[in-house]
Design a protein around this ligand. Sequence first.
Ligand code: SF4
Ligand code: SF4
Length: 483
Amino acid sequence: MNASVIIDSETLALREFHPFKANGVTYLYMVPSAGIFRMDGPSDAILETLSKSPKVKTELIDELLSQFDIDLLLETIDELIEIRAIGDIDAPKDLVPNDLPPAGFPLTTMVLNVTNKCNLACTYCYEYGEDKIVDTQYGDQPRFMAEETAKESVEFLLEECQGQDVAHITFFGGETLLNFPVLQDTVAYARRRAAEEGKRIEFSLTTNATLLRPEIIEWLADNQIGVTISIDGPKEVQDGLRVFHNGKGSYDVVEPKIKELLKRHKTRPIGARVTLTQKNMDVLRIFRHLTEEMGFWEVGLAPVTTQDQRDYAITSQGKDNMLEQFEILAQEWLECALNDKHHGFSNVKDTLEEIHKGVSKAYGCGAGLGLMGVATDGNVSLCHRFAGSPEHIIGSIKEGIDRDKQEEFLVDHHIASKTDCHTCWARPICSGGCYHEAHVQYGTSSHANLHYCTWVRSWTHTCLEIYGALAEKNPEFLNRFDA
Ligand code: SF4
Ligand code: SF4
């Protein structure tokens, strides 16, 4: 809305935003644009006055005239109208956009499930545990992806990443390293084919680290493969949850292998990925063990995806406890950032990057659009967690993407279809959340993850405060999110 269309007799009211404080200064996080604006004395006073009740513009000015000069008030009102923080009380709310991504939206990340077999039997595993959506054990999926299927997947990616100079392949499992020969062949093949097409492919993989051995570590380092290790923490935690099929804990097996990997592989940062459950909620101890004692550069922690009745599902008190500890780590992260130092808590870094880039999502994540998962048989699914699930297949590497199915998915999962989210200030960042989490909780991937709303809003608020504190005290630090 243009400022000039507000006439003096119109009534001004607050529009949609989320306020937060940093260093005593008020900031506004605009919804749905995700813009961030710094307030000052007059803008604070105008917002404060309108928060009590909507006001005709002349009344508003009269009320504040003893504190501020008339020209400053008029200018500030115009600015607040311009950024849509305030506006005519009768103006329609900003509609949740419902436009679909353009046809031909490129695929940039392909997750190859090179095997659905695993040598561990982690209690909470979404692939093998009580909440599995695909029967990988007794179903008709091949246990391993064949070399031919992996090569066809590379061709599929090169075809689908049109217009992009760089594409990404992530290897996933089961336990990825059980199919090491196919990893080696695929990386060599993809490098050669990408070069022929004038493109570059970056590689990463996730592993439980049990099968790392010197020649694999050499290969990972030499080929600059990004590595994420699934690990849950110190020995008693890891051995309670991440066990071999005979029930034996895996800590003593993985610890020396991870240390060797960290010593040798310096070409890409190595991260740890922790699954938090009600049985391992000591976030601080887990984080310190993995960074200080184990030597990981980065650690990301995510709550387990499971139904509430499981004994390892995180209770609502557990979520509060998790949030408190996340906030402690976030403050430590801030202290480091203020001094241009690294801190390995990747959850805060990832959210800050989205805030900085002004991300306003129409979808919870890129699955089914810029990211897809390929099952061992070559069927293409929304992402790796749905690989092999007939209900979530949207094509195959041989026949390409079924555009009708993809469009149906994009309509059903769009924020416009998630009416519960339409009044939520956190929707630019959350947009309803992970489809796999929703499928496990509600039986459908298109449901908003309403069981996590309080948590998401609290965490986003914390990250906004950290963003504001950096903007106040060390704004240059934020430049690193532009890369
Ligand atoms: S799922 Fe909850 S937190 Fe996320 S956008 Fe929807 S209402 Fe907001
Ligand atoms: S659906 Fe969930 S698991 Fe799959 S890519 Fe999205 S956030 Fe990740």
